[in-house]
Design a protein around this ligand. Sequence first.
Ligand SMILES: Cc1cc2nc3c(=O)[nH]c(=O)nc-3n(C[C@H](O)[C@H](O)[C@H](O)COP(=O)(O)OP(=O)(O)OC[C@H]3O[C@@H](n4cnc5c(N)ncnc54)[C@H](O)[C@@H]3O)c2cc1C
Length: 371
Amino acid sequence: MKKNILIIGTGFVSYSFLKNLKKSNFYNIFLSIDDRKKLIKFKNSSQINRFLGNFGTSNYWHSVSPTNGPKGYFNFFKNFYNINNVNSNMNLENSEMLFVPRKNFSLERAFNINVNSLNYKIINSRANQISKKKNKFEILFNDSSKIEVDNIFIGTNILDLQSIIFKNLNIPDYVVYDHIQTHLGFVKRDQILNNKLIKPILSREGYYIGYESFNDKILMLRPFHSNIKTFGLKKFQNFGKSKIEIIKEIILSLSFSKLIHAFSTRYGLFFRSKYYSVFLQERIKLKDISIERKLSNEDIMKKLSGFKSLRSNQLTSLTGYSVFGNHQIGESKMSPPKGVIIANIKSKGWLKGVHHTLLNCFDAYNNNFET
Ligand SMILES: Cc1cc2nc3c(=O)[nH]c(=O)nc-3n(C[C@H](O)[C@H](O)[C@H](O)COP(=O)(O)OP(=O)(O)OC[C@H]3O[C@@H](n4cnc5c(N)ncnc54)[C@H](O)[C@@H]3O)c2cc1C
């Protein structure tokens, strides 16, 4: 007899899990789609937006992913972005490179899943309560409906896990981590020795650009085509903004340099410039992030220690502005209860400095319940 499984949430991780599960005939698949359409904006903070509703924050991501990862990841990466030809001389599988696709794609297309097909039983309501009843789980939804299932995959953001009530079930204690991205300052072109960080490799599908990692941080350089004295992170940094916001800002600013900046990070046409912005992205405990964060000069210097491509004394001008909220991951030493997968609780130390969404998808894709 087929088992019943419930997937909670319809973002990247749930789709990745479904991609592998749909090959299996073991299950009747129930899918809980969040009935909200709520864009959470953090007006007085440098935290970037979150979205609650179908496809979640996955609607807003900027599609940047590393090419290197654990065994099997590179094939997953190529399938996800539909990349057919890779020049093996580039050794992308083992290089510290970020890929930025030229085209946006829909979740359904990336995973080739049609949730409206007969394989799925859609529940257009969010899960409010999960209780253990003998060998089954009973789930109560916001519209007051309920179902019983054998297995549950929880694909909500870790911050939304708290809003689900668990009865007779021990959910692991977890610590929440986030990525914080800081603009450290500027470096002059002639000081940059590692060309991989500033010379993108263009391909039909998008572009690849090098980064350098050290412990839980990564270092990235981007050309800067304006006056460094008038720099403001919110003015030039498009990280965390929706595509519509970015386009609106460019049009309203009538700024040519802003246009070039957006164009070069989107399509990888890095025009040579006198100065390059130095960005650092790092893993950080969510509770250690203060609301408005600007690093002191001393802290900026410390952040660069350990990197080979750049030394702190090569920075021409220091800035220290940060944005965060890229997406949070819970980490725990404990495992979830048998029969339950919580996609965004990972083993300790899982999150590093690099963009992690596709790595998380790869994990979800490989996850399964013992049958
Ligand atoms: C502007 C922006 C740019 C980004 N760019 C990048 C990038 O370039 N590279 C990168 O790696 N990452 C990037 N990210 C992060 C990336 O978007 C997230 O890591 C990713 O979307 C997380 O996917 P997810 O499936 O875990 O969660 P989500 O996409 O948030 O999906 C979770 C789903 O669960 C639903 N849900 C919540 N509670 C319930 C409930 N009780 N019942 C049912 N459903 C529920 C939510 O509504 C949502 O649909 C970016 C994020 C932002 C905001």
